[in-house]
Design a binder for this molecule. Structure first.
Ligand code: HEM
Length: 486
Protein backbone atom coordinates (compact mmCIF):
# COMPACT_ATOMS: atom_id res chain seq x y z
CA UNK A 1 0.00 0.00 0.00
CA UNK A 2 1.32 3.35 -0.96
CA UNK A 3 1.94 5.72 1.81
CA UNK A 4 1.01 9.30 1.38
CA UNK A 5 3.68 11.64 2.40
CA UNK A 6 2.27 15.02 3.22
CA UNK A 7 4.15 17.74 1.40
CA UNK A 8 5.32 20.26 3.81
CA UNK A 9 6.55 23.50 2.37
CA UNK A 10 9.75 24.38 3.95
CA UNK A 11 9.15 28.04 3.45
CA UNK A 12 6.12 30.39 3.53
CA UNK A 13 6.17 33.42 1.23
CA UNK A 14 8.43 36.07 2.69
CA UNK A 15 7.21 39.61 3.35
CA UNK A 16 9.48 40.72 0.52
CA UNK A 17 7.92 38.45 -2.11
CA UNK A 18 4.42 39.41 -0.96
CA UNK A 19 5.33 43.07 -1.41
CA UNK A 20 6.76 42.32 -4.86
CA UNK A 21 3.62 40.45 -5.86
CA UNK A 22 1.41 43.29 -4.62
CA UNK A 23 3.44 45.88 -6.51
CA UNK A 24 3.24 43.69 -9.59
CA UNK A 25 -0.52 43.29 -9.31
CA UNK A 26 -0.97 47.01 -8.67
CA UNK A 27 1.17 47.86 -11.70
CA UNK A 28 -0.90 45.53 -13.89
CA UNK A 29 -4.10 47.10 -12.53
CA UNK A 30 -2.87 50.65 -13.19
CA UNK A 31 -1.63 49.83 -16.68
CA UNK A 32 -4.86 48.03 -17.58
CA UNK A 33 -6.79 51.00 -16.27
CA UNK A 34 -4.73 53.46 -18.29
CA UNK A 35 -5.03 51.37 -21.47
CA UNK A 36 -8.79 51.02 -20.96
CA UNK A 37 -9.19 54.78 -20.44
CA UNK A 38 -7.05 55.63 -23.45
CA UNK A 39 -8.50 53.19 -25.96
CA UNK A 40 -11.71 51.52 -24.77
CA UNK A 41 -13.57 53.93 -22.48
CA UNK A 42 -16.73 55.17 -24.28
CA UNK A 43 -15.53 58.78 -24.79
CA UNK A 44 -11.95 57.66 -25.56
CA UNK A 45 -11.92 59.24 -29.03
CA UNK A 46 -12.02 62.81 -27.68
CA UNK A 47 -8.75 64.78 -27.36
CA UNK A 48 -7.07 66.11 -24.25
CA UNK A 49 -3.82 65.98 -22.27
CA UNK A 50 -2.44 62.45 -21.85
CA UNK A 51 -2.98 62.36 -18.07
CA UNK A 52 -6.56 63.64 -18.47
CA UNK A 53 -7.42 60.95 -21.00
CA UNK A 54 -5.71 58.17 -19.11
CA UNK A 55 -6.53 58.88 -15.45
CA UNK A 56 -7.93 61.28 -12.92
CA UNK A 57 -4.49 62.71 -12.20
CA UNK A 58 -4.73 65.75 -14.47
CA UNK A 59 -8.09 66.73 -13.01
CA UNK A 60 -6.99 66.17 -9.40
CA UNK A 61 -3.88 68.26 -9.92
CA UNK A 62 -5.38 71.03 -12.02
CA UNK A 63 -8.57 71.61 -10.08
CA UNK A 64 -7.00 72.30 -6.71
CA UNK A 65 -4.97 75.47 -7.29
CA UNK A 66 -7.98 77.75 -7.89
CA UNK A 67 -7.06 78.10 -11.59
CA UNK A 68 -9.04 75.21 -13.06
CA UNK A 69 -10.86 77.66 -15.36
CA UNK A 70 -7.54 78.85 -16.84
CA UNK A 71 -6.21 75.30 -17.27
CA UNK A 72 -9.38 74.37 -19.16
CA UNK A 73 -9.07 77.48 -21.32
CA UNK A 74 -5.45 76.57 -22.18
CA UNK A 75 -6.52 73.05 -23.08
CA UNK A 76 -9.36 74.26 -25.31
CA UNK A 77 -6.89 76.58 -27.05
CA UNK A 78 -4.65 73.61 -27.69
CA UNK A 79 -7.09 70.76 -28.42
CA UNK A 80 -10.22 72.55 -29.71
CA UNK A 81 -13.91 72.81 -28.91
CA UNK A 82 -14.24 69.52 -27.03
CA UNK A 83 -11.69 68.27 -24.52
CA UNK A 84 -11.46 65.30 -22.21
CA UNK A 85 -10.89 66.57 -18.68
CA UNK A 86 -10.87 63.11 -17.12
CA UNK A 87 -11.70 59.70 -18.57
CA UNK A 88 -15.48 60.15 -18.34
CA UNK A 89 -15.73 63.96 -18.50
CA UNK A 90 -15.91 66.33 -21.46
CA UNK A 91 -15.69 70.12 -21.47
CA UNK A 92 -17.22 72.03 -24.40
CA UNK A 93 -16.37 75.51 -25.63
CA UNK A 94 -18.82 77.00 -28.14
CA UNK A 95 -22.17 78.81 -28.33
CA UNK A 96 -23.68 75.73 -30.04
CA UNK A 97 -22.75 73.49 -27.13
CA UNK A 98 -24.56 75.82 -24.67
CA UNK A 99 -27.73 75.17 -26.63
CA UNK A 100 -27.09 71.47 -27.23
CA UNK A 101 -26.36 70.64 -23.57
CA UNK A 102 -28.68 72.91 -21.61
CA UNK A 103 -31.64 73.65 -23.88
CA UNK A 104 -33.16 70.27 -24.88
CA UNK A 105 -36.51 69.80 -23.22
CA UNK A 106 -39.79 68.05 -23.64
CA UNK A 107 -42.85 69.97 -22.40
CA UNK A 108 -40.65 72.09 -20.15
CA UNK A 109 -38.81 69.11 -18.68
CA UNK A 110 -35.03 68.92 -19.17
CA UNK A 111 -33.89 66.08 -21.45
CA UNK A 112 -30.26 66.13 -20.31
CA UNK A 113 -30.28 65.75 -16.52
CA UNK A 114 -27.98 67.24 -13.89
CA UNK A 115 -25.35 64.75 -12.73
CA UNK A 116 -24.23 63.44 -9.30
CA UNK A 117 -22.28 66.63 -8.60
CA UNK A 118 -25.49 68.14 -7.20
CA UNK A 119 -25.87 65.37 -4.62
CA UNK A 120 -23.01 66.96 -2.69
CA UNK A 121 -25.18 69.99 -2.02
CA UNK A 122 -28.41 68.12 -1.50
CA UNK A 123 -27.13 65.25 0.65
CA UNK A 124 -27.95 66.88 4.00
CA UNK A 125 -31.66 67.23 3.14
CA UNK A 126 -34.37 64.58 3.00
CA UNK A 127 -36.20 66.41 0.20
CA UNK A 128 -34.26 67.94 -2.66
CA UNK A 129 -34.47 71.66 -3.37
CA UNK A 130 -35.12 73.22 -6.74
CA UNK A 131 -31.40 73.52 -7.47
CA UNK A 132 -30.30 70.06 -6.26
CA UNK A 133 -33.20 68.03 -7.68
CA UNK A 134 -31.80 65.81 -10.43
CA UNK A 135 -35.06 64.25 -11.52
CA UNK A 136 -36.15 66.50 -14.41
CA UNK A 137 -39.90 66.01 -13.78
CA UNK A 138 -39.65 66.82 -10.07
CA UNK A 139 -37.36 69.78 -10.82
CA UNK A 140 -39.98 71.12 -13.22
CA UNK A 141 -42.65 70.89 -10.50
CA UNK A 142 -40.38 72.56 -7.94
CA UNK A 143 -39.60 75.44 -10.29
CA UNK A 144 -43.32 76.08 -10.64
CA UNK A 145 -43.45 76.81 -6.89
CA UNK A 146 -41.23 79.85 -7.50
CA UNK A 147 -42.38 81.11 -10.87
CA UNK A 148 -44.61 83.81 -9.37
CA UNK A 149 -42.05 84.90 -6.72
CA UNK A 150 -39.31 85.29 -9.32
CA UNK A 151 -41.38 87.05 -11.98
CA UNK A 152 -41.16 90.68 -13.13
CA UNK A 153 -44.43 91.42 -11.36
CA UNK A 154 -43.11 90.11 -8.05
CA UNK A 155 -39.85 92.00 -8.49
CA UNK A 156 -41.77 95.26 -8.51
CA UNK A 157 -43.20 94.38 -5.08
CA UNK A 158 -39.79 93.23 -3.82
CA UNK A 159 -38.24 96.56 -4.74
CA UNK A 160 -38.83 98.02 -1.26
CA UNK A 161 -36.58 95.38 0.30
CA UNK A 162 -33.89 95.84 -2.35
CA UNK A 163 -33.97 99.65 -2.15
CA UNK A 164 -33.75 99.65 1.65
CA UNK A 165 -30.69 97.37 1.64
CA UNK A 166 -28.96 99.14 -1.24
CA UNK A 167 -29.48 102.58 0.33
CA UNK A 168 -27.94 101.46 3.60
CA UNK A 169 -25.03 99.94 1.70
CA UNK A 170 -24.46 103.07 -0.41
CA UNK A 171 -24.51 105.32 2.67
CA UNK A 172 -22.00 103.04 4.45
CA UNK A 173 -19.71 103.21 1.43
CA UNK A 174 -19.74 107.00 1.60
CA UNK A 175 -19.00 106.96 5.30
CA UNK A 176 -16.34 104.24 5.37
CA UNK A 177 -14.83 104.43 1.91
CA UNK A 178 -13.83 108.04 1.54
CA UNK A 179 -10.46 107.73 3.30
CA UNK A 180 -7.07 107.10 1.67
CA UNK A 181 -7.22 103.37 2.32
CA UNK A 182 -10.67 103.01 0.71
CA UNK A 183 -12.94 100.08 1.40
CA UNK A 184 -12.76 96.35 0.63
CA UNK A 185 -15.47 96.00 -2.00
CA UNK A 186 -15.23 92.20 -2.20
CA UNK A 187 -16.32 92.00 1.42
CA UNK A 188 -19.00 94.68 1.20
CA UNK A 189 -20.68 93.36 -1.93
CA UNK A 190 -20.84 89.91 -0.33
CA UNK A 191 -22.41 91.45 2.78
CA UNK A 192 -25.02 93.18 0.66
CA UNK A 193 -25.71 90.14 -1.55
CA UNK A 194 -26.31 87.95 1.50
CA UNK A 195 -28.34 90.55 3.42
CA UNK A 196 -30.79 90.84 0.55
CA UNK A 197 -30.97 87.12 -0.15
CA UNK A 198 -31.29 86.37 3.59
CA UNK A 199 -34.31 88.62 3.84
CA UNK A 200 -35.86 87.11 0.72
CA UNK A 201 -35.18 83.46 1.63
CA UNK A 202 -35.21 83.26 5.43
CA UNK A 203 -37.47 86.24 6.08
CA UNK A 204 -34.65 87.98 7.92
CA UNK A 205 -31.52 89.84 6.79
CA UNK A 206 -28.10 88.63 7.94
CA UNK A 207 -27.57 92.25 9.02
CA UNK A 208 -23.96 92.35 7.78
CA UNK A 209 -24.10 95.85 6.28
CA UNK A 210 -25.82 97.26 9.36
CA UNK A 211 -23.33 95.66 11.76
CA UNK A 212 -20.41 96.23 9.39
CA UNK A 213 -19.42 92.64 10.03
CA UNK A 214 -19.76 89.20 8.52
CA UNK A 215 -22.11 86.45 9.69
CA UNK A 216 -21.08 82.85 10.47
CA UNK A 217 -23.39 81.57 7.70
CA UNK A 218 -21.41 83.48 5.07
CA UNK A 219 -18.13 82.05 6.30
CA UNK A 220 -19.58 78.53 6.22
CA UNK A 221 -20.86 79.06 2.71
CA UNK A 222 -17.47 80.28 1.46
CA UNK A 223 -15.73 77.36 3.20
CA UNK A 224 -18.18 74.91 1.65
CA UNK A 225 -17.07 75.87 -1.84
CA UNK A 226 -13.50 74.67 -1.18
CA UNK A 227 -14.85 71.42 0.22
CA UNK A 228 -16.97 71.04 -2.91
CA UNK A 229 -13.85 71.13 -5.08
CA UNK A 230 -12.30 68.32 -3.04
CA UNK A 231 -15.49 66.24 -3.01
CA UNK A 232 -16.01 66.81 -6.73
CA UNK A 233 -12.71 65.01 -7.30
CA UNK A 234 -13.24 62.28 -4.75
CA UNK A 235 -16.68 61.30 -5.98
CA UNK A 236 -15.18 60.02 -9.23
CA UNK A 237 -13.51 56.98 -7.71
CA UNK A 238 -15.31 54.68 -5.30
CA UNK A 239 -12.17 53.99 -3.28
CA UNK A 240 -11.55 57.72 -2.90
CA UNK A 241 -15.13 58.18 -1.69
CA UNK A 242 -14.28 55.60 0.98
CA UNK A 243 -11.10 57.50 1.82
CA UNK A 244 -13.12 60.71 2.07
CA UNK A 245 -14.75 59.33 5.20
CA UNK A 246 -11.42 59.87 6.94
CA UNK A 247 -11.18 63.54 5.98
CA UNK A 248 -12.12 65.62 9.02
CA UNK A 249 -15.78 66.46 8.63
CA UNK A 250 -15.19 70.18 9.26
CA UNK A 251 -13.46 70.23 5.86
CA UNK A 252 -16.26 68.50 4.05
CA UNK A 253 -19.86 67.95 5.12
CA UNK A 254 -19.34 69.73 8.45
CA UNK A 255 -19.72 73.08 6.68
CA UNK A 256 -22.84 71.96 4.95
CA UNK A 257 -24.46 70.51 8.06
CA UNK A 258 -23.89 73.70 10.06
CA UNK A 259 -25.35 75.77 7.24
CA UNK A 260 -28.36 73.50 7.04
CA UNK A 261 -28.94 73.75 10.78
CA UNK A 262 -28.96 77.54 10.60
CA UNK A 263 -31.33 77.42 7.63
CA UNK A 264 -33.67 75.04 9.44
CA UNK A 265 -33.75 77.22 12.56
CA UNK A 266 -34.46 80.35 10.54
CA UNK A 267 -37.03 78.82 8.24
CA UNK A 268 -38.92 77.06 11.04
CA UNK A 269 -40.34 80.41 12.11
CA UNK A 270 -41.34 81.52 8.61
CA UNK A 271 -44.89 79.99 8.45
CA UNK A 272 -45.79 81.94 11.60
CA UNK A 273 -45.08 85.24 9.86
CA UNK A 274 -48.30 86.44 8.33
CA UNK A 275 -48.94 89.57 6.29
CA UNK A 276 -47.33 90.55 3.01
CA UNK A 277 -43.75 89.31 3.21
CA UNK A 278 -43.29 89.51 -0.58
CA UNK A 279 -40.29 87.20 -0.29
CA UNK A 280 -39.33 84.17 -2.40
CA UNK A 281 -40.98 81.78 0.03
CA UNK A 282 -44.51 83.29 0.12
CA UNK A 283 -46.10 80.68 -2.16
CA UNK A 284 -44.24 77.74 -0.62
CA UNK A 285 -45.17 78.85 2.90
CA UNK A 286 -48.83 78.98 1.88
CA UNK A 287 -48.52 75.39 0.67
CA UNK A 288 -46.86 74.33 3.93
CA UNK A 289 -49.80 75.80 5.85
CA UNK A 290 -52.24 73.73 3.79
CA UNK A 291 -50.09 70.60 3.98
CA UNK A 292 -49.29 70.48 0.24
CA UNK A 293 -45.55 71.02 0.78
CA UNK A 294 -43.63 69.65 3.76
CA UNK A 295 -41.68 71.79 6.21
CA UNK A 296 -38.55 69.83 5.18
CA UNK A 297 -39.03 70.80 1.54
CA UNK A 298 -39.53 74.46 2.43
CA UNK A 299 -36.29 74.45 4.46
CA UNK A 300 -34.50 72.81 1.60
CA UNK A 301 -35.64 75.48 -0.87
CA UNK A 302 -34.81 78.37 1.45
CA UNK A 303 -31.31 77.03 1.98
CA UNK A 304 -30.82 76.55 -1.74
CA UNK A 305 -32.08 80.04 -2.64
CA UNK A 306 -29.80 81.68 -0.09
CA UNK A 307 -26.83 79.68 -1.33
CA UNK A 308 -27.53 80.26 -5.01
CA UNK A 309 -28.29 83.96 -4.83
CA UNK A 310 -26.08 85.60 -2.19
CA UNK A 311 -22.49 84.96 -3.16
CA UNK A 312 -23.23 85.09 -6.88
CA UNK A 313 -24.77 88.58 -6.84
CA UNK A 314 -22.01 89.88 -4.56
CA UNK A 315 -19.10 88.46 -6.50
CA UNK A 316 -20.58 89.59 -9.84
CA UNK A 317 -20.72 93.17 -8.57
CA UNK A 318 -17.16 93.06 -7.19
CA UNK A 319 -15.67 92.12 -10.53
CA UNK A 320 -17.86 94.57 -12.44
CA UNK A 321 -16.67 97.45 -10.23
CA UNK A 322 -13.06 96.33 -10.59
CA UNK A 323 -13.14 96.30 -14.40
CA UNK A 324 -15.01 99.58 -14.48
CA UNK A 325 -12.50 101.35 -12.26
CA UNK A 326 -9.60 99.80 -14.12
CA UNK A 327 -10.88 101.05 -17.50
CA UNK A 328 -11.39 104.84 -17.55
CA UNK A 329 -13.42 105.20 -20.77
CA UNK A 330 -16.38 102.94 -19.87
CA UNK A 331 -16.34 104.33 -16.35
CA UNK A 332 -16.72 107.90 -17.59
CA UNK A 333 -19.32 106.90 -20.14
CA UNK A 334 -21.38 105.17 -17.48
CA UNK A 335 -21.17 108.20 -15.18
CA UNK A 336 -22.36 110.42 -18.02
CA UNK A 337 -25.30 108.15 -18.75
CA UNK A 338 -26.42 107.77 -15.13
CA UNK A 339 -25.94 111.40 -14.12
CA UNK A 340 -27.81 112.62 -17.19
CA UNK A 341 -30.71 110.26 -16.54
CA UNK A 342 -31.54 111.40 -13.02
CA UNK A 343 -31.94 114.72 -11.30
CA UNK A 344 -32.15 113.29 -7.80
CA UNK A 345 -30.91 110.14 -6.06
CA UNK A 346 -34.45 108.94 -5.07
CA UNK A 347 -35.41 108.93 -8.78
CA UNK A 348 -33.27 105.81 -9.26
CA UNK A 349 -35.71 102.91 -9.39
CA UNK A 350 -35.61 99.36 -10.74
CA UNK A 351 -37.85 100.24 -13.67
CA UNK A 352 -35.78 103.28 -14.65
CA UNK A 353 -32.46 101.38 -14.61
CA UNK A 354 -33.73 98.94 -17.23
CA UNK A 355 -33.72 101.90 -19.67
CA UNK A 356 -30.01 102.64 -19.13
CA UNK A 357 -28.52 100.88 -22.16
CA UNK A 358 -24.87 101.46 -21.28
CA UNK A 359 -25.32 100.43 -17.66
CA UNK A 360 -26.88 97.15 -18.76
CA UNK A 361 -24.02 96.67 -21.23
CA UNK A 362 -21.55 97.14 -18.36
CA UNK A 363 -23.31 94.38 -16.38
CA UNK A 364 -23.23 92.01 -19.35
CA UNK A 365 -19.60 92.72 -20.14
CA UNK A 366 -18.63 92.34 -16.49
CA UNK A 367 -20.22 88.89 -16.37
CA UNK A 368 -18.61 87.96 -19.69
CA UNK A 369 -15.05 88.90 -18.83
CA UNK A 370 -15.36 87.45 -15.34
CA UNK A 371 -18.20 84.89 -15.33
CA UNK A 372 -19.74 84.61 -11.88
CA UNK A 373 -20.19 80.86 -12.24
CA UNK A 374 -16.87 80.09 -13.97
CA UNK A 375 -16.94 76.30 -13.67
CA UNK A 376 -19.08 74.19 -15.95
CA UNK A 377 -22.35 72.96 -14.46
CA UNK A 378 -22.34 69.22 -15.18
CA UNK A 379 -24.95 67.11 -16.94
CA UNK A 380 -25.04 63.42 -17.85
CA UNK A 381 -25.23 62.62 -21.53
CA UNK A 382 -28.17 60.38 -22.39
CA UNK A 383 -26.33 59.62 -25.67
CA UNK A 384 -26.50 62.78 -27.77
CA UNK A 385 -24.77 64.47 -30.67
CA UNK A 386 -23.10 67.76 -29.79
CA UNK A 387 -20.96 69.78 -32.17
CA UNK A 388 -21.38 66.98 -34.71
CA UNK A 389 -19.82 64.38 -32.37
CA UNK A 390 -21.69 61.56 -30.66
CA UNK A 391 -21.28 61.72 -26.88
CA UNK A 392 -21.89 58.27 -25.34
CA UNK A 393 -24.53 57.83 -22.63
CA UNK A 394 -23.21 58.30 -19.10
CA UNK A 395 -20.49 60.81 -20.02
CA UNK A 396 -20.28 63.92 -17.85
CA UNK A 397 -20.63 67.01 -20.04
CA UNK A 398 -20.64 70.78 -19.56
CA UNK A 399 -19.69 74.06 -21.18
CA UNK A 400 -16.70 75.78 -19.53
CA UNK A 401 -17.91 79.38 -19.14
CA UNK A 402 -14.47 80.89 -18.65
CA UNK A 403 -13.05 79.25 -21.76
CA UNK A 404 -15.96 80.15 -24.04
CA UNK A 405 -16.07 83.74 -22.72
CA UNK A 406 -12.39 84.23 -23.61
CA UNK A 407 -12.23 82.37 -26.87
CA UNK A 408 -10.93 84.63 -29.67
CA UNK A 409 -13.09 82.71 -32.17
CA UNK A 410 -16.12 84.40 -30.57
CA UNK A 411 -14.74 87.65 -29.15
CA UNK A 412 -12.51 90.38 -30.48
CA UNK A 413 -9.84 90.96 -27.81
CA UNK A 414 -11.56 88.72 -25.26
CA UNK A 415 -9.50 90.05 -22.35
CA UNK A 416 -10.51 93.69 -23.01
CA UNK A 417 -13.35 95.08 -20.90
CA UNK A 418 -15.47 96.66 -23.60
CA UNK A 419 -19.19 97.22 -22.81
CA UNK A 420 -19.59 98.64 -26.35
CA UNK A 421 -19.79 95.06 -27.64
CA UNK A 422 -23.30 94.87 -26.24
CA UNK A 423 -24.63 98.15 -27.66
CA UNK A 424 -22.79 98.48 -30.97
CA UNK A 425 -24.95 96.95 -33.72
CA UNK A 426 -21.84 96.52 -35.92
CA UNK A 427 -20.01 94.41 -33.37
CA UNK A 428 -19.22 90.98 -34.81
CA UNK A 429 -18.73 89.16 -31.50
CA UNK A 430 -20.76 86.00 -31.06
CA UNK A 431 -22.63 87.06 -27.95
CA UNK A 432 -24.44 83.75 -27.56
CA UNK A 433 -21.10 82.47 -26.23
CA UNK A 434 -21.66 84.24 -22.89
CA UNK A 435 -24.47 82.74 -20.80
CA UNK A 436 -23.89 83.90 -17.22
CA UNK A 437 -27.26 82.55 -16.07
CA UNK A 438 -27.10 79.39 -18.19
CA UNK A 439 -29.90 78.36 -20.54
CA UNK A 440 -32.99 76.18 -20.75
CA UNK A 441 -35.22 74.55 -18.15
CA UNK A 442 -32.54 74.63 -15.42
CA UNK A 443 -31.27 78.16 -16.13
CA UNK A 444 -31.11 80.59 -13.23
CA UNK A 445 -34.65 81.44 -12.10
CA UNK A 446 -33.23 84.39 -10.10
CA UNK A 447 -31.90 86.18 -13.20
CA UNK A 448 -34.39 89.07 -13.12
CA UNK A 449 -33.95 89.56 -9.40
CA UNK A 450 -30.15 89.45 -9.69
CA UNK A 451 -29.94 91.84 -12.64
CA UNK A 452 -32.44 94.22 -11.04
CA UNK A 453 -30.59 94.58 -7.79
CA UNK A 454 -27.21 94.82 -9.53
CA UNK A 455 -28.43 97.58 -11.84
CA UNK A 456 -29.77 99.49 -8.88
CA UNK A 457 -26.54 99.14 -6.91
CA UNK A 458 -24.40 100.25 -9.83
CA UNK A 459 -26.60 103.22 -10.77
CA UNK A 460 -26.75 104.50 -7.21
CA UNK A 461 -23.02 104.16 -6.60
CA UNK A 462 -22.08 105.82 -9.86
CA UNK A 463 -24.63 108.60 -9.42
CA UNK A 464 -23.40 109.52 -5.97
CA UNK A 465 -19.68 108.81 -5.93
CA UNK A 466 -16.51 109.36 -7.92
CA UNK A 467 -14.75 106.07 -7.29
CA UNK A 468 -11.20 104.94 -7.93
CA UNK A 469 -9.10 101.82 -7.37
CA UNK A 470 -6.89 102.15 -4.31
CA UNK A 471 -4.46 99.57 -5.65
CA UNK A 472 -3.95 100.45 -9.30
CA UNK A 473 -1.63 97.46 -9.78
CA UNK A 474 -4.24 94.93 -8.76
CA UNK A 475 -4.53 92.24 -11.45
CA UNK A 476 -7.95 90.75 -10.72
CA UNK A 477 -7.80 87.91 -13.22
CA UNK A 478 -4.33 86.84 -12.17
CA UNK A 479 -4.94 87.03 -8.45
CA UNK A 480 -8.44 85.52 -8.25
CA UNK A 481 -8.89 81.90 -7.24
CA UNK A 482 -11.90 79.80 -8.11
CA UNK A 483 -13.35 76.86 -6.18
CA UNK A 484 -16.57 76.18 -8.07
CA UNK A 485 -17.42 79.85 -7.35
CA UNK A 486 -14.88 82.63 -6.75
C1 HEM B 1 -25.31 87.36 -10.68
C2 HEM B 1 -26.07 86.54 -10.02
C3 HEM B 1 -26.36 85.12 -10.41
C4 HEM B 1 -25.75 84.33 -11.34
C5 HEM B 1 -24.59 84.68 -12.25
C6 HEM B 1 -26.43 83.06 -11.33
C7 HEM B 1 -26.11 81.99 -12.16
C8 HEM B 1 -26.76 80.78 -12.15
C9 HEM B 1 -26.45 79.68 -13.00
C10 HEM B 1 -25.34 79.66 -14.05
C11 HEM B 1 -27.31 78.67 -12.71
C12 HEM B 1 -27.36 77.27 -13.36
C13 HEM B 1 -26.64 76.34 -12.44
C14 HEM B 1 -26.67 74.89 -12.85
O1 HEM B 1 -27.04 74.54 -13.95
O2 HEM B 1 -26.29 74.11 -12.00
C15 HEM B 1 -28.16 79.12 -11.65
C16 HEM B 1 -29.14 78.36 -11.06
C17 HEM B 1 -29.92 78.79 -10.01
N1 HEM B 1 -29.95 80.06 -9.48
FE1 HEM B 1 -28.78 81.62 -10.01
N2 HEM B 1 -27.42 83.09 -10.41
C18 HEM B 1 -27.43 84.34 -9.83
C19 HEM B 1 -28.31 84.81 -8.87
C20 HEM B 1 -29.35 84.10 -8.34
C21 HEM B 1 -30.32 84.62 -7.43
C22 HEM B 1 -30.38 86.06 -6.91
C23 HEM B 1 -31.14 83.58 -7.09
C24 HEM B 1 -32.33 83.60 -6.18
C25 HEM B 1 -33.32 84.37 -6.39
C26 HEM B 1 -30.69 82.42 -7.81
C27 HEM B 1 -31.26 81.16 -7.72
C28 HEM B 1 -30.89 80.08 -8.49
C29 HEM B 1 -31.50 78.75 -8.35
C30 HEM B 1 -32.57 78.34 -7.36
C31 HEM B 1 -30.89 77.94 -9.31
C32 HEM B 1 -31.16 76.46 -9.60
C33 HEM B 1 -32.17 76.35 -10.73
C34 HEM B 1 -32.43 74.92 -11.17
O3 HEM B 1 -31.66 74.04 -10.90
O4 HEM B 1 -33.45 74.69 -11.84
N3 HEM B 1 -29.62 82.77 -8.57
N4 HEM B 1 -27.82 80.42 -11.34
Amino acid sequence: MDTITPRVYDSVPSGESLAEASIGLFTVYVLTHIIYNLYFHPPSNFPGPFWARSSLLWRLYRSMDGKFHKHLENCHNRYGTIIRVSPNELSFCSPESWTAIYMPRNKGVAKIPKNEFYDMFGAGMEVQSLGTERDPVLAHQKRALFSAALSAKALAKQETVIQKNVDLFVSKLGKLGSGEEGINMTKWFIYLGFDIIGEMSFGESFGCVEREASHPWLELMLGLMKAVTIMDNLRRYPFLVKAAQYIPSQWTVGFRDKMIKYSRDQTALRPQKTGDQNDFMENVVGKVRTGKVTQEEMESHAWNMAMAGGETSGSAMTSIIYFLLKTPYPHQKLKDEVRAAYTEYPDITLASTTKLAYLNAVLKEGMRIFPTAPQGTPRTSPGVTIEGRYVPAGTEIYVSPWAVNHDPRFWDEPYAFRPERWVDSHCKDNKAASQPFSLGPRACPGKLFALGQMALQLAKMVYLYDMELVNQDLDWIEESRMHFLW
